[in-house]
Design a protein around this ligand. Structure first.
Ligand SMILES: NC(=O)c1ccc[n+]([C@@H]2O[C@H](COP(=O)([O-])OP(=O)(O)OC[C@H]3O[C@@H](n4cnc5c(N)ncnc54)[C@H](OP(=O)(O)O)[C@@H]3O)[C@@H](O)[C@H]2O)c1
Length: 273
């Protein structure tokens, strides 16, 4: 099951997040995930587990075109030349000919280099080394600067998104532009979201787990969630969200949980190297 990106490429509707996993954990988790049907795997240079992800992908020996491997550029490698080097390092650790989606991990506006970085991303896509290019943790203003400079729109913006931080305005803006929204910390990163009475009551009503209710909310919003789990039972359960649906009233009930509650940094101020 896929959504279509504005660049014409399909992207799976759900994926596996791999932070925080080391190489060994990522190898084990991704091996299991691929065996039960995950096709989108989310990693990053800063996670330190690209070798583990790459080893699992190689051993699974699935047709390459079925897979959707995402990685992200680390902050200390912003700038045109550093980006080209950073990408080659990631590609080498992953052991892939090409990456399906490459993201600028954070905009780091204080460094003033994300536009030059984006020029390198456009070049990598032209070379066929990356199939789709996107950003993570960018504001609309930051994305507009990329488009003004290069004429090239990111296919994806991966942002913190869960019922405590519903990102209503940002999602609407993405939809207007044709940018896909990908949700990080989709389960609220273990932050009590799954204990909320509204979530638990809907879980009981549907005979599902609280995590499945929240993941279904993402899917119905049209966002692509990337829940992290190292637990086989949870990994399997997190994929099984396409055989039931939430009513408009149930979606609206989950929408009332929005309190602007970030667990991570803000795009304008976060510093990550
Ligand atoms: N772009 C960015 O800046 C950025 C930032 C943060 C994260 N991310 C990406 O987003 C991914 C997901 O975010 P996240 O790891 O912060 O948070 P998350 O996926 O919302 O939550 C992960 C937590 O939920 C638990 N969990 C998973 N499935 C569950 C289930 N069915 N029932 C109960 N608990 C469950 C996991 O524990 P177990 O492992 O024990 O199951 C883990 O403690 C990351 O792995 C990473 O790939 C990106």
């Amino acid at each position: 099951m896929t959504i279509m990106l504005a660049d014409g490429r399909p992207m799976p509707r759900i994926g596996l997040g791999t932070w925080p996993m080391d190489d060994r954990q990522a190898h084990q988790a991704v091996t299991y995930a691929l065996s039960v049907g995950y096709r989108l795997i989310d990693t990053a240079a800063t996670y330190g587990n690209e070798r583990g992800v790459g080893a699992a992908v190689a051993e699974a020996a699935l047709p390459r075109e079925e897979l959707f491997i995402t990685t992200k550029l680390r902050g200390s490698q912003h700038g045109y030349d550093a980006t080209m080097r950073g990408f080659e390092e990631s590609r080498d650790r992953l052991g892939l000919d090409y990456v399906d989606l490459y993201l600028i991990h954070w905009p780091l506006p204080g460094h003033g280099l994300y536009v030059d970085t984006w020029r390198a991303f456009v070049h990598l896509r032209e070379q066929g080394l990356v199939r789709s290019i996107g950003v993570s943790n960018f504001t609309p203003e930051q994305i507009e600067r990329l488009v003004e400079a290069t004429g090239c729109l990111p296919a994806v913006n991966q942002v913190e998104l869960h019922p405590f931080l519903a990102q209503r305005e940002l999602r609407a803006w993405h939809a207007g532009q044709g940018i896909a929204t990908e949700s990080w910390s989709p389960l609220g990163a273990g932050n009590k979201l799954l204990d909320e009475p509204a979530v638990k009551e809907l879980a009981t009503a549907h005979g599902r787990s609280p995590a499945q209710i929240v993941l279904r909310w993402h899917v119905q919003l049209g966002a692509v969630p990337i829940p992290k789990s190292v637990n086989p039972e949870r990994m399997r359960q997190n994929l099984e969200v396409f055989d039931f649906s939430l009513s408009q009233e149930e979606m609206a009930r989950l929408d009332t949980l929005d309190r602007g509650g970030r667990t991570g940094g803000h795009p304008d101020t976060h510093v990550e190297l």
